[in-house]
Design a protein around this ligand. Structure first.
Ligand SMILES: Cc1cc2nc3c(=O)[nH]c(=O)nc-3n(C[C@H](O)[C@H](O)[C@H](O)COP(=O)(O)OP(=O)(O)OC[C@H]3O[C@@H](n4cnc5c(N)ncnc54)[C@H](O)[C@@H]3O)c2cc1C
Length: 444
């Protein structure tokens, strides 16, 4: 049986830890925070099939989430768009409770979770990751599963020749601020779940959800906003939403959310990246719990097939291949669509709504992470129709034409994804993948 290190209490890492410990491996999880202080102070949604896919029991207190989001452009004469209720239903859960529940499942499976241990770097022997450093302490293992989140000190210190780490660009992440305020006596709003696209695409967005007993404010920016900007935006949300009181009752935390394509290379000899560490989120909205869970199951299945215990890139390739086929390429499609945001000024966002170039069914597709209707021959024809709808707005026409070109180029990259492990072929493909996304993005 192998010694497996899980770095950080990321969701995917814990799912893999459960499965691998259940199968008899010796699994140790190292987490920098104390028990009880892990996870965001907020409630988030994840898909119904998340736990069933990972074959894990659903906690009885998980509640169903709402999903009827209304998008608000800035111009008063451009109608807001409410997306129809999702076919894919979701649970909504307090993040601290969710992570504690997963930690309990991990411990019950026989893995050890060691708190207040901050990982500082990977240990390498040639090409192979052989362990982790916790300051002066060195821990060795047969496989390191990196679930340390978006700023992982392991991934970010891997040598370039492994092809895993890539620089994080300005539009690859959003800086978030999330806080819950008391609910005033103001009547229920017409749209309880509001997403504001009221600034230039280079800035970001905000939301306001009116719940029965509280209101939920989220501010996301492509840069790290200072406290004054956060306060100003909160006041603006309060003005627009009389249901939002001024007493903060939960949260008030800042964080970073990846909103880009997944890493092109997830694995090396003795190493696998998972969850936010590998940018496994839905790029248009930064939801990553479901992806992390599913990737955790895929990784565990792959590791369990390696009965020789090599855990080298060749035996871990099946994890990467399955992830891209089931999830990763879909995430890439959304990353391509999200890529238009920084190219849009506020007026162009308004025009997209005013001219009805974007409709509620398409928004639903994007929010439910399918975008299938857009990434098809029919979808490309539909974008061509939209180019006509843009009339003489040349900026919108150019942006829509770019999407058609990007989709075409990406189809070729997707088709060239190596079906078998060959180090040279894979490194070549990863370079092509990274170059594609580098070339389409708006310069920082
Ligand atoms: C405001 C906000 C809203 C979101 N809304 C949603 C949503 O509605 N639905 C959804 O699915 N997702 C949502 N997400 C995204 C979601 O939080 C992540 O995608 C998800 O948590 C997967 O990330 P992870 O588990 O891999 O990493 P993380 O959740 O970041 O966990 C990483 C863990 O590693 C630990 N760690 C980090 N560094 C070290 C170190 N050096 N040593 C030891 N331990 C370390 C951290 O303490 C943490 O426990 C949201 C995120 C934010 C910030």
């Amino acid at each position: 049986m192998a010694n497996i290190i899980v770095a950080g209490c990321g969701h995917g890492g814990l799912v893999a830890a459960i499965k691998l410990a259940e199968a008899g491996h010796s699994v140790k999880v190292y987490e920098k925070s104390p028990r009880g202080q892990i996870g965001h102070a907020q409630s988030d949604a994840f898909d119904f099939d998340t736990f069933t896919y990972a074959d894990l029991p659903i906690a009885p207190y998980f509640k169903r989430g709402r999903n009827d989001i209304t998008f608000f452009p800035a111009a008063a004469d451009a109608d807001p768009l409410t997306i129809p209720a999702f076919d894919v239903d979701s649970y909504i859960v307090d993040r601290k409770e969710l992570i504690e529940y997963l930690i309990e499942l991990t411990e019950n499976a026989g893995a050890e979770v060691i708190f207040e241990k901050e990982i500082t770097a990977p240990i390498l022997l040639g090409n192979r990751v052989v362990g982790i450093e916790l300051g002066d302490e060195k821990i060795y293992g047969d496989l390191v599963i990196d679930a340390c989140g978006v700023s992982s000190p392991i991934r970010s210190k891997l040598p370039d020749f492994l092809g895993i780490n890539r620089p994080v660009g300005k539009y690859d992440i959003v800086h978030s601020y999330r806080a819950y305020f008391n609910r005033t006596d103001a009547p229920e709003p017409r749209y309880p779940y509001q997403l504001y696209l009221q600034k230039d695409g280079t800035i970001g967005f905000s939301w306001m959800i009116t719940e029965i007993e509280r209101t939920d404010a989220l501010i996301c920016r492509f840069y790290n906003p200072d406290d004054n900007e956060i306060l100003e935006e909160l006041r603006d949300l309060q003005e627009k939403n009389p249901q939002m009181g001024t007493d903060m009752i939960y949260g008030g935390c800042r964080s970073v959310i990846p909103v880009c394509q997944p890493l092109g290379m997830l694995i090396a000899d003795g190493y696998a990246a998972i969850g936010d560490c590998a940018f496994m989120t839905i790029p248009v909205k930064g939801s990553g719990i479901t992806y992390s869970f599913k990737a955790g199951k895929m990784l565990a299945d792959c590791v369990l097939k390696d009965t020789d215990g090599f855990f080298d890139a060749e035996s871990l390739w099946d994890y990467q291949r399955r992830f891209f086929k089931e999830i990763g390429f879909g995430a890439c499609h959304l990353a391509i669509l999200k890529n238009i945001l920084p190219y849009l000024k506020k007026e162009q966002v308004n025009e997209l709504f005013r001219l009805k170039i974007i409709n509620s069914n398409e928004l639903k597709d994007i929010m439910t992470n399918t975008a299938n209707t857009i990434f098809s021959t029919k979808g490309i024809a539909a974008i061509r129709d939209k180019i006509k709808m843009a009339g003489n707005n040349s900026t919108i026409k150019d942006i829509l034409s770019n999407i058609v070109v990007w989709i075409g180029k990406f189809f070729v990259i997707e088709a060239a994804f190596p079906s078998k492990y060959d180090r040279n072929d894979i490194q070549k493909w990863v370079r092509r993948y990274n170059d594609f996304f580098e070339n389409i993005k708006k310069p920082d």
